[in-house]
Each structure stands twice: as C-alpha cells, then as structure tokens.
Design a protein around this ligand. Structure first.
Ligand SMILES: [Zn+2]
Length: 377
C-alpha cells in the first residue's frame, strides 16, 4: 500500500463516507466517526472527498466507486466541485469552500457571503448567479437522463439557493425533482418570503414554469440564462393558469403556518421537525398538509414541506423537498438512517405511497414511519 492509499484509508475510516466498491484493494466501508486521527479535527464528508482526490496516484487512476449509476463517485463529485470552483477568483473560492463546508449547508449562500462574492468577483447579482450554475450542477443525480441541470434562486432576503435535478431510478418519472424545484425547495425550507430570480443551465421546462408560477402570482420572477437576455416568468408563461384562476389571492410564498398538532403527542425531535414541516406546507387545493424529516447517520436532519400546485402535477412531494437539501449538503441517500412523514389525518390525499416508493429506490433499508396530525382550534 503506498502513501496515498494509506492516507485514503485513514480518511475513509475516520469519517462518515459511503463507498460501494473496492478501490486499489481497499474494501468498501460505511464508517460513522467524526475525527481525523491524524489531526483530531472534525472530518466532514466534503473534506474526505477533497483529500481523496488530492492523492495523486488515485487521481491518475480513478476507479469507479459507485455501485449504481445513481450514486456519484466521490472522485467524480470532488472533481466536479473543484472544476466548478476553479472559475472563481481565489478569494471567492475561499468564501464558497467555507459555505460548502458549513455543517448547516442545505444549498443556501447567505446574503453576507453573497455580498462578499459580489465584491470579490466584481460582478452583478445576475452574472454571479450564472457563475454559480456549474457548482449547483454538482448536486445533480440523473441516472435516467444523464442530463445535469443546475439552478440558482435569489430569495427576497438576499440569500441565494442552489439546486439540481434528482431522478429516482425505477420509479415514476413524476417523482423526479427538477433543478428549479430543488433550488426553490431549499429557499422555501429556509423561510424565504419570496423568489426574485432564478438562473438555470437550460431554459426552464413547462413543468418548472408552472411550479414557479405558484411562487409569484404576478409572474414577476426574473429568469436568467447564459447567452440570453433575462426574461420575466410572465413572458415565458403567457396565459398562465394559477392560484388566481381557482379563486386564491396568495401563492406558496410567504409561508403561512397551519395550526397542526400530533394526534399522539411526542417529544421526539425528528417527529417534531416533520410536524413543523407539515405546518409550513402549502396545500390550498386539497387541504392536505404534510412534512418529512430525514435523519442521516451523522445526526443531521433534513426537512421538507409539501408544496402544492394549481395544476396538480408540478406539486412537490415533501420527501423530494427534503432530498433537495440532503443532496445539496453533500450527503447521499445511503446516509439516511430514519425517515418520518407527518400527514393530516383523514386528508384527501396522502404522500405515503409516493414517499415509500421513492425511499425504496434510494434508501431501501429505511422504513418510512408515519404520524398523524390534526388541526387545532
Ligand atoms: Zn423543469
């Protein structure tokens, strides 16, 4: 075993990192731990990926890690991130690395970091958003289409949100998450009151235009693409069908919390997180709020609220909303250790079968636990 391989093994054994095949004779492992034995520092998955790819002999000989096309090879994921960062100035790369390495990162770049990036790059917000698209694309998991799509959303707060397309192998295409939906889900779950603009690597599909239409009743979202002038959503979706056509005067944002409580009270943090996500759901057409909370082996929680759509089909299931944050954080679904869904008892529709189908493909060992909620008052 040479020095690089030894280094790799130490890092692999010292962090939670999923590897599914052998690499140069080293066995696969899923090892929950949080300390680098060489430095006693906390080890993040991103740190491990960075270190693995920094090992020259491994970089020259990139053995495929993935057990399936679905899971990104750590080497590949690392290289994609490094390539995406390389187009930025050194100071901007530092800012972005620190954003990505933050344990709470769920695809968001805070307003203060955005201002620093604008100064460092001497760019406008529109061009910065376009520059971030390759980084957003690194979260993409498209085993079916192999088509990497990234999206960056600007929220009213000044924060930016990254998202990418996620396809669920073996399941209905209706369960796929589009990049714009993922970025918007990350904005929604961060409590944004509105979406101002979205940058996308390709023109938004009709499904996403309809999804965005639910976030801004006046169609006043700026859509940015490279090599094309900015366009208003209302221009891209003329004669739109939306909440107003069904008698509603408000869209999905800002979030209006519902008064829900559990039928059987609980003090479990993950169940309460799923309940909180259900309270923040948007379901004016079916009155069926729901929320999901995923726990990963390193103890992190990823929550998702159901976001309904006037045209029904572009509605975003709560599990998919949670997955948008999970993938943006650099986690893989194999890291999910527990999944909880909270739904309104007796609601017109249920997310249970779709969520179970999605999980059966991504984290087959995890059984979705369901808890019923009731409306208060
Ligand atoms: Zn789309």
């Amino acid at each position: 075993m040479n020095a690089d391989e030894r280094r790799y093994r130490i890092l692999l054994e010292s962090a939670f990192v999923c590897v599914y095949e052998r690499l140069n004779g080293l066995h696969a492992a899923v090892v929950p731990a949080a300390t680098n034995p060489m430095t006693n520092d906390t080890v993040t998955r991103r740190f491990v990926l960075t270190s693995i790819a920094a090992a020259p002999s491994l970089a020259k000989n990139p053995t495929p890690f993935g057990e399936a096309a679905y899971r990104a090879s750590p080497m590949q994921a690392h290289n994609q991130v490094m390539t995406a960062l390389s187009s930025f100035k050194p100071r901007s790369q530092e800012i972005l690395r620190s954003v990505l390495d933050d344990k709470g990162f769920r695809g968001q770049i805070g307003a203060a970091a955005v201002r620093e990036l604008l100064r460092s790059e001497s760019e406008t917000i529109d061009s910065l958003m376009l520059s971030l698209l390759p980084l957003a694309s690194t979260f993409s998991r498209p085993p079916l289409s192999k088509y990497l799509v990234g999206a960056v959303v600007a929220g009213s707060s000044g924060n930016l949100y990254l998202g990418a397309n996620i396809e669920i192998p073996g399941q209905s295409l209706g369960l796929a998450l589009h990049a714009e939906q993922a970025a918007c889900a990350n904005a929604y779950m961060s409590g944004e009151t509105g979406v101002i603009a979205t940058a996308v690597t390709a023109a938004p599909c009709g499904h996403c235009r309809q999804f965005l239409n639910e976030l801004s009743l006046d169609g006043n979202i700026r859509v940015l693409r490279k090599d094309a002038p900015p366009a208003q959503l209302s221009t891209l979706l003329p004669m739109a069908f939306g909440p107003k056509d069904l008698g509603f005067t408000q869209g999905a944002l800002p979030i209006r919390e519902a008064h829900l409580s559990l039928l059987t009270p609980s003090s479990d943090g993950q169940i309460l997180a799923a309940l909180d996500a259900a309270r923040r759901a948007y379901s004016p057409y079916t009155n069926s709020p729901s929320g999901v909370a995923l726990r990963t082996s390193d103890g992190r929680l990823f929550v998702g609220s159901y976001i309904e759509n006037a045209a029904f089909n572009p509605s975003l299931p709560p599990l998919q909303a949670a997955l948008a944050g999970l993938f943006a954080s650099g986690q893989e679904p194999a890291a999910i250790s527990k999944a909880i869904l909270v739904e309104l008892e007796g609601a017109k529709i249920s997310q249970l079968s779709a969520a179970r189908a999605t999980l059966s493909s991504l984290a087959p060992a995890v059984r979705l636990e369901v808890f019923a909620a009731k409306r208060d008052g």
